[in-house]
Design a protein around this ligand. Structure first.
Ligand SMILES: [Fe+2]
Length: 396
């Protein structure tokens, strides 16, 4: 028999989030009945309750990894007893096979949408989508000194990126070392075939990509040919002596939302048709695929992937192909509408960082010399930094 030690039961390490309280918990035949203080009631299936125990037998209390042997549970597993503790934080369950487990109210609240899921960064409400009719009044920016000085500065920086999809850092050191010092405030950079840190200029001859020309680059996301496409991309301007070459940023999530509102049929096509991307050079042949718009299990936007340069050849049955080209062209039309662009002329001492899963970036054609130094960050590393900083600063 399991011995559930109440003292060992922990809430997750995450910051506790306020939510409605459970007024009453009872064991019914098909599940755990909860009456909440917001006048709602839920019936949580027993199998799920058993699979999600928060006691020290059901999970490792240090690593929070599941220890329940999900696959040995009987499909008709059920409980006879549900008893809430005095603080209203945990419910002890007495199973019909004689075992006992505990489940925290917070775990149920998170899983059922009573509060923000611990793994989510923030609700989509905290994001500011911007297009021509809703441009930010000012380009979101932060000083290099603020980012370097404190964890609060780093979190402030990352939350601007989370809100707008990009941010400019001012007063940077216009050196390769300065670029690395800035990037490391987030996490180690993500290594790809381009290296960990990389120069961006016409001097680069060993990669065959239009990025290393002076040509206009239409807005796109990078790494459509990587399954683990870069989450963040950063360019620090080291040198500029020329004309043109402004960086262009476009809010891909805002475009997705606009298409969803105006043409839900095209939005569905962009969510459902899987588009392949590839990259080839001597000794390298990368290929990956995903839809233009990817959503999470809550139906929120997670990632846009739009790179017509790197799209691989693929064909579909005629009707689907027509639908794809129409939807893809609609996405392109918004992304090529200059009224939707923010043009940022980067000069030495300025760095641009953007969420490559949300914003597209491009570049105006230029003449003269332009030397950027940059890197990518993995999406999960970037989000982990936000969660841990939020947790750490909330405890101070
Ligand atoms: Fe790019």
């Amino acid at each position: 028999m399991y011995q559930t030690n109440q003292a060992q039961t922990v809430q997750s390490e995450a910051v506790q989030v306020a939510h409605a309280q459970v007024i009453h918990a009872t064991a019914e035949i098909s599940g755990l009945r909860l009456i909440w203080s917001d006048d709602t009631n839920q019936l949580i299936p027993w199998f799920w309750v058993r699979d999600h125990g928060t006691d020290g037998i059901s999970q490792n209390l240090k690593t929070l990894q599941r220890q329940v042997d999900t696959f040995s549970l009987a499909a008709d597993t059920r409980a006879d007893i549900a008893a809430m503790d005095e603080a209203g934080q945990n419910i002890q369950i007495g199973w019909s096979d004689g075992q006992e487990t505990t489940i925290s109210v917070q775990r149920i609240a998170e899983a059922t949408g009573k509060c923000i899921d611990d793994d989510q960064l923030s609700g989509s409400d905290s994001k500011t989508y911007w297009l021509k009719d809703s441009m930010p009044d000012q380009v979101p920016s932060i000083s290099f000194d603020e980012v370097m000085a404190s964890d609060e500065g780093v979190l402030n920086w990352l939350m601007k990126i989370d809100q707008y999809g990009f941010c400019v850092v001012t007063g940077t050191e216009a050196t390769e070392e300065g670029t690395e010092r800035l990037a490391k405030r987030i996490a180690p950079a993500q290594r790809t075939i381009f290296g960990t840190y990389w120069p961006l200029s016409t001097d680069v001859k060993h990669h065959d990509d239009t990025a290393y020309t002076t040509d206009f680059l239409a807005p796109h996301t990078d790494a459509s040919y990587y399954y683990n496409a870069a989450g963040l991309q950063m360019f620090n301007c080291i040198e500029f002596d020329g004309r043109g070459g402004e960086s262009v940023v476009v809010d891909g999530f805002a475009i997705a939302r606009k298409i969803e509102a105006e043409r839900p049929d095209l939005y569905d096509t962009l969510c459902n048709i899987i588009v392949p991307g590839h990259y080839k050079e001597e000794g390298v042949h990368l290929a990956a695929e995903r839809p233009v718009i990817r959503k999470n299990r809550h139906g929120e936007l997670v990632q846009v992937t739009f790179n017509n340069y790197d799209r691989s050849p693929f064909i579909l049955p005629e009707k689907q192909l027509e639908a794809f080209y129409e939807a893809y062209a609609e996405y392109s039309r918004h992304s090529m509408d200059q009224a939707n662009w923010l043009k940022i002329p980067l000069r030495p001492g300025m760095a641009l960082i953007f969420d490559n899963w949300r914003c597209m970036h491009g570049r105006m054609g230029y003449s003269g010399r332009r030397y950027f130094f940059g890197c990518y960050h993995d999406k999960a590393d970037y989000e982990s930094r936000i969660r841990t900083l939020q947790h750490q600063l909330a405890r101070r």
